[in-house]
Write a protein of this length. Structure first.
Length: 330
């Protein structure tokens, strides 16, 4: 597999927002507009409902203390099953393998069905061709397309920055590291309320590797030593669709950092951690496969999804209704 294929397969992005840290300063909004060439519409157009900001700060008052105001940054949620994608007649909203809900501008014909179907109302339609007064027209980001009248747009998690990180990873024959991609809003937030990263660590041992791999090679020995001394536990979860009721459930893998585990981390032998988890039940450890098996025996999840997500797939073969080849799981 090429480096590009590995990078595309491994990377899946997500953002978390700590609303307790958000002070409502609006720095993320300004950074987003400057980075992505978002049109400045003015007060009159805002009143008319022609706002264009991809990210806005929503204010809420505490019902018990009205003087207490809480802030919540609101942007495209990049839904896994995005309702905007299913209603577009030309497939302008597109879901990528990286978990992003992309908007293909040159496909958009301006039906605005996607905006109507968006439960968060974060998609913006260009009612006009927005013009920036001089010299502001010289500050446009050359890496981002300037959208024309009649085109829908929204947050892209600064896809242009993701592309740069992807190219660098491909040229260096490696995967994209956490921290290499930072959307403008994340980079600008003064309180660290916004956190952006990849979601492709599915078990505890790989989580430890991901933390170490963030740092340059010449610092990883020191990071391993620090991690071995400070880490207490690692909890990794994988979400499954419930088959008995509506909703989801989590299969959880738990790694408790015992002296033996700390030594393995310090010595760079994290490949032995799965075996330690299997033998460490008395310390509260549990493997992902054991957790999946428990959910399967409760009949909460489907055997097909259990087999597909499992590490040791042989354990789950007897539960499949047909051979994996016939189910497209081979």
């Amino acid at each position: 597999m090429s480096a590009a294929a590995k990078s595309k397969k491994a990377a899946r992005y997500g953002m978390t927002i700590d609303v307790d840290r958000c002070t409502g300063c609006g720095a993320c909004m300004v950074a987003c507009m400057a980075e992505n060439n978002v049109g400045v519409v003015g007060e009159l157009r805002i009143i008319q409902g022609r706002e264009m900001a991809w990210l806005e700060i929503v204010r809420y008052h505490d019902e018990r203390r009205m003087e207490r105001v809480m802030f919540m940054p609101m942007l495209c949620q990049h839904c896994d099953n995005a309702p905007c994608e299913s209603v577009c007649p030309v497939y302008a909203p597109h879901h990528s393998s990286e978990g992003l809900n992309n908007q293909i501008y040159n496909r958009c014909i301006g039906t605005r069905f996607c905006s109507q179907n968006c439960p968060y109302k974060v998609r913006r339609f260009n009612w006009f061709t927005w013009e920036l007064p001089e010299p502001m027209n010289l500050q446009l980001n050359p890496d981002v397309t300037v959208r024309s009248k009649g085109v829908m747009e929204k947050c892209s998690f600064c896809i242009q920055r993701i592309k740069v990180a992807r190219t660098v990873a491909k040229n260096e024959n490696r995967l994209i590291r956490d921290g290499e991609v930072a959307p403008a809003c994340v980079q600008t937030c003064p309180t660290g309320a916004l956190v952006f990263g990849t979601l492709h660590t599915q078990n505890a041992s790989k989580t430890v590797d991901r933390i170490i791999d963030i740092f340059p090679a010449n610092q990883q020995a020191q990071i391993r030593a620090t991690l071995a001394d400070t880490l207490k536990a690692v909890v990794a979860q994988t979400l499954f669709k419930r088959v008995d009721v509506k909703g989801r459930c989590a299969a959880i893998e738990i790694l408790m950092v015992t002296p033996a585990v700390a030594n393995l981390i310090r010595e760079g032998k994290t490949y032995q951690l799965p075996g330690v988890i299997q033998t460490g039940k008395k310390y509260g450890m549990i493997t992902l496969d054991d957790s999946i098996m428990e959910l399967l025996r409760k009949r909460w999840i489907s055997p097909i999804e259990a087999y597909d997500r499992a590490v040791d797939k042989q354990k789950f073969l007897p539960f499949l209704p047909k051979p994996p080849e016939e189910l497209g799981l081979a």
